[in-house]
Write a protein that binds this ligand. Structure first.
Ligand code: HDD
Length: 750
């Protein structure tokens, strides 16, 4: 079977199956071409209904059950009521003793309204508080059948999913583009019950044993006295911990690399991190690691972009995901497995598979695709879905089990426990977003927020009063869960770990050596920046010692930046074989879903602009027209960004169609001292846009009068495309975009 072709066909089926029936946003208006990728600038028809997430039956004011899917259920054409359904004539004035008199305690509507409001907030997640979610569908390829019997992996089986992406350290309102690990948690509503794959965009973790989780998080969170910095690792407590607790060095290096600042949630890999044990229909077991491979490739922001975005658009990743889905540019990932024999040592090629600070390079164990996930719908209500979704690594389905990795063992406890505080009781799986699509017949009763009205008198086993129901599923019943019967290593009770866990540096070096020069340069800068933000000299010196144990060049460069002496290694440097799969540089990717800005001059030649927009759409990208003012320019070209609202971070490439004139309040770029008035008439905000895009190594193209902007900004060389027509320039820009950035430009600008 050609898996690439299968992935493509599966994606087309899902994406076009949904987009196919898109109708014009404004009835009677012609559909934009192609309709599915336009940035949403006007109200649209609601997206197709999501997988059945129905809340308990809701009644309208007339007492008729709507039966409408959740996404379409708005409170239209209804009367305002109290929470008990009594119609209200006035919700704007409290009940007073006279127009100017005091408010009466009797005003039960006022009290109900304010009381409910007072209790609208729930505790944010203790980690991963800031996030964004989406609904999707997973389609199995059947390629995992030989090793895993889980039904959702079978060929063609479609399973609804809900995914939540997140940052780890920041609070709910923190910026999206901070340097941090990203959570990538997926709930599969399978026919055999819910399966949660609660992973990250980084394949290793800071600690080898879950008992240290409170330590690493306390160190990473803001300082307890000042509660700063928010959503950052650039502070003393974080570096204090990771430099003392050297098993954290591998994860830390991934954070300091470009992986710590993803371009988009749509362009991140996901990892289950731990090794899991799977079982096939014949009862044979294998060990596996889960990988999500994004269809758009793995791409990152530059540090400058990340910082700019945190200021100009703190919701950058949330907006990007929402807009892409709303526009029909559905993000997609292939689920893949690295498969290892289930040997008693649980070691593969010398790598301890139970140590979550280690990867298995893909060159040693290729990632084998087993299915495709496409995210097709945004949440209808952020709180109800994204905030209340509750993941748990113990939500496993038949055929998949946890291993004895001490990190996952602690997680098996933590996830249910945390929901008790966060969601206020043990019935959180009854919330619509958490509700399994498989039949639920548990014997859990009562508790806060109990929504079920359980029938029967015997919620216990054994019973005779309910006919012995519900029954245990016997071994002969399909789809029943059983912990895999693996032999437990014999030993005495100890608080200890195997000697193999003591190697804290060889794989960090492997990662470092696998990076291209420009990625190494970014890593050096990140360490230099973060350590430069620390106050304690001893912490900086201790981290430099760790870097000396990873690589002498890395250590020397960072030490130079900090103005500190270079220590010598205290452990022998390993000689690992680099893993090219770890680098983001070098591979060409489809440009789908990328944003191309087109700067236009309303008074200039706009003849090519429409054709260029259409060609960008046709290539699966999103064009955004940038003009001095909003509204329309030329012959019906809609403006999406103005010189005041556009900023470089938003665009993957920039096109300039004509020399943009200065806005009335703009300061003309002229050399007053030289008296050369009016030598340049280009709006300085456009010049800034071009300069920033150039620094961020983006492709920039210009034709006709637009080339004057390139001259004004003083940009030239690699990835600067000049031409006579828009079509010619766009074609060459697209070629350069395949590599995401003009990587070689960094060499000339740093
Ligand atoms: Fe965790 C949330 C991922 C180790 C305890 N974790 C949480 C989320 C993700 C991860 C993506 C957010 C889920 C959501 O969107 O609601 N966590 C990981 C990964 C880990 C990891 C990939 C290591 C491989 N976590 C880990 C440990 C513990 C926890 C070792 C505790 C012993 N994690 C939690 C938690 C959270 C959580 C406190 C906070 C909110 C929640 O669970 O629902 O239970």
């Amino acid at each position: 079977m050609d898996l690439k072709q299968l992935a493509k066909e599966t994606f087309e089926r899902v994406a076009h199956g949904l987009a196919g029936d898109t109708e014009p946003a404004v009835p009677g208006a012609p559909s934009p071409e192609p309709p599915s990728l336009a940035e949403p600038t006007e109200p649209r028809k609601p997206l197709p209904p999501k997988a059945d997430q129905s809340a308990p039956a809701t009644r309208t004011a007339t007492g008729v059950e709507t039966g409408a899917p959740v996404s379409a259920r708005a409170q239209q054409e209804t009367f305002l009521t109290t929470s008990t359904g009594v119609r209200l004539r006035d919700t704007d004035h409290s009940l007073k003793a006279g127009e100017r008199g005091p408010t009466l305690l009797q005003d039960h509507h006022l009290r109900e309204k304010i009381t409910h409001f007072d209790h609208e907030r729930i505790p944010e997640r203790v980690v991963h508080a800031r996030g964004a979610g989406a609904h999707g569908v997973f389609i199995g390829y059947g390629t995992a059948d030989a090793i895993c019997k889980a039904a959702f992996l079978r060929d063609g089986v479609e399973t609804p999913t809900f995914v939540r992406f997140s940052t780890v350290l920041g609070s709910r309102g923190s910026a999206d583009t901070v340097r941090d690990t990203r959570g990538f948690a997926t709930k599969f509503y399978t026919d055999e019950g819910n399966f949660d794959l609660v992973g990250n965009n980084i394949p290793v973790f800071f600690i080898q044993d879950g008992i240290k989780f409170p330590d690493v998080i306390h160190a990473g969170k803001p300082h307890p006295d000042r509660e700063i910095p928010q959503a950052q690792s650039a502070h003393d407590t974080f570096w204090d911990f990771v430099s003392l607790h050297t098993e954290a060095q591998h994860h830390t290096m991934w954070n300091m690399s470009d992986r710590g600042i993803p371009r988009s949630y749509r362009m991140m890999e996901g990892f289950g991190v731990h090794t899991f044990r799977v079982e096939n229909a014949a009862g044979e077991t294998s060990l596996v690691k889960f990988h999500w491979k994004p269809r758009l490739g793995v791409h990152s922001l530059t540090w400058e972009e990340a910082q700019l975005a945190a200021g100009v658009d703190p919701d950058f990743h949330r907006r990007d995901l929402y807009d892409a889905i709303e526009a029909g540019a559905y993000p997609a990932w292939e689920l893949g497995l690295q498969v290892f024999p289930d040997n008693p040592e649980q070691v593969f090629e010398g790598i301890d598979l139970l140590d979550p600070t280690k990867i298995v390079p893909e060159e040693l164990a290729p990632v084998q695709p087993v299915g495709l996930m496409v995210l097709t719908a945004n949440p209808t209500n952020f709180f109800a879905e994204t905030e209340q979704v509750a993941f748990h690594v113990g939500h496993l389905v038949p055929g998949i089990d946890a291993t004895d990795d001490p990190l996952v063992q602690a997680r098996l406890f933590s996830y249910i426990d945390t929901q008790l505080t966060r969601l206020g009781g043990p019935n959180f799986n009854q919330l619509p977003v958490n509700r399994p699509h498989a039949e639920v017949n548990d014997m859990f009763r009562d508790g806060f927020h109990q929504h079920a009205v359980h029938a029967g008198v015997a919620p216990y086993k054994p019973n005779s009063l309910d006919g012995g129901c519900p029954f245990h599923a016997g071994a002969d019943v399909d789809g029943s869960f059983e912990h895999l019967a693996v032999r437990v290593a014999e030993g005495t009770k100890v608080r200890a770990q195997p000697a193999s866990y003591d190697d804290h540096f060889s794989q960090v070096r492997l990662f470092w050596l696998s990076m291209s020069p420009v990625e190494q340069e970014h890593i050096i800068r990140a360490y230099t920046f973060e350590l430069g933000k620390c106050y304690e000299q001893a912490i900086k010196e201790r981290q430099l010692q760790c870097l000396a144990n990873i690589d002498p060049v890395l250590c020397e460069e960072v030490a130079t930046g900090l103005g500190l002496p270079v220590p010598s290694p205290t452990v022998p440097l390993a000689d690992p074989v680099p893993s090219p799969a770890l680098s983001q540089v070098g591979e060409a990717w489809p440009p789908d879903g990328r944003i191309v800005g087109i700067v236009v001059d309303p008074d200039g030649d706009l003849s090519d602009v429409d054709a260029v927009r259409t060609a960008i759409f046709a290539a699966g990208m999103v064009p955004l027209v940038i003009a001095p003012h909003g509204g329309m320019v030329g012959d019906g070209i809609t403006v999406q960004r103005t010189f005041a609202t556009a900023r470089s971070v938003e665009f993957d490439a920039l096109l300039i169609a004509g020399a943009p004139v200065p806005a009335p309040d703009a300061v003309p770029l002229r050399d007053e001292k030289a008296g050369a008035a009016d030598t340049v008439t280009i709006d300085p905000r456009v010049v800034l846009l071009v300069e920033e895009c150039f620094r961020q190594a983006k492709v920039i193209g210009a034709w006709g009068g637009g080339t004057a902007v390139l001259d004004a900004a003083g940009v030239d060389g690699l990835g600067i495309v000049r031409g006579d027509t828009g079509a010619d320039v766009l074609a060459r820009v697209q070629e350069d975009m395949a590599l995401h950035r003009v990587w070689d430009r960094f060499a000339v600008t740093v």
